[in-house]
Design a protein around this ligand. Structure first.
Ligand code: F6R
Length: 256
């Protein structure tokens, strides 16, 4: 695990964007795993400002709410179209179909699709409870793409995108932990103090299903990009901050 701590959220986003940009450069074909939520929004702006050439890139998103069709304003299909795809042409893009008549079958189909494409780089955010994609605490480590019930805390955290808490879907189709671990490379971005506890578990504590992101310690090629707030509960970050505060970012020691 390579952990970089930037001075602020914008610098963290720049670092993660630069890694993605470098990986896409000079490739004829690339499969990029994408996320939704607040974390990647700044990076997707950078894709647009830079007019990053993604015509050779196939994207696969992590998840979609069950019950929301692609045109629903709060669906992840719609989010991706608005934030990225409308302005940056990709070769192809895929998300699970939230309004499929049989969500379990759709999860199986999506798993096969992701496996057959093979993800070169997966971009991730992290939930306050340590979820990655919608793999909530307690999810089996070998989970494939599946239907999941969202926890009360995740629905509460995502409520800001909806009018009412009752409008937030209760279930989603999500890539599983095993699906995510199959990506060749992973870049996870976390910013803000709300994420500090989950980040501390992810990088400094023993792997446990109670904090799903701890599984990333076992992946051979992971970069975690944080701002100082998200790193604020990490023991080594507190020490390193004093030592190297003048740099744009610094690395910290981890469990893995
Ligand atoms: C989104 C996703 C989630 C988010 C996480 C953090 O596709 O899979 O795991 O990455 O909930 O959300 P934000 O970025 O809104 O804090």
């Amino acid at each position: 695990m390579n952990v970089l701590v930037a001075k602020n959220a914008l610098d963290a986003e720049r670092i993660a964007y630069t890694i993605i940009k470098e990986r896409l450069a000079g490739k004829n074909a690339f499969v990029l795993g994408l996320a939704t939520g607040s974390t990647p929004v700044g990076m997707y702006k950078m894709f647009k400002q830079d007019a990053l050439d993604c015509r050779h890139v196939t994207s696969v998103n992590l998840d979609e709410y069950i019950g929301l069709g692609a045109d629903h304003p709060q669906s992840y299909h719609h989010f991706m179209k608005e934030r990225l795809f409308d302005e940056v042409p990709f070769k192809e893009h895929f998300l699970p179909q939230g309004d499929a008549p049989d969500a379990e079958k759709e999860a199986e189909r999506y798993e096969q699709l992701v496996r057959s494409l093979g993800v070169d780089l997966q971009l991730l955010g992290i939930g306050e409870n340590g979820h990655i994609a919608f793999n909530e605490p307690g999810t089996a480590l070998d989970a494939k793409t599946h239907v999941t019930e969202l926890t009360a805390s995740t629905r509460e955290a995502n409520r800001r995108f909806f009018n009412e808490l009752s409008d937030v879907p209760t279930h989603a189709i999500t890539m599983g932990l095993d699906t995510i671990m199959n990506a060749r490379e992973i870049v996870l971005v976390a910013t803000g103090t709300r994420k500090a506890e989950a980040v501390h578990h992810m990088i400094e504590r023993e792997p446990t299903v109670e904090w799903p992101a701890t599984i990333l310690q076992a992946h051979p090629s992971v970069t975690i990009v944080l701002d100082v707030e998200a790193a604020s509960r990490c023991d080594d970050a507190r020490q390193a901050r004093g030592r190297e505060a003048a740099d744009r970012f610094f690395s910290i020691r981890t469990n893995a």
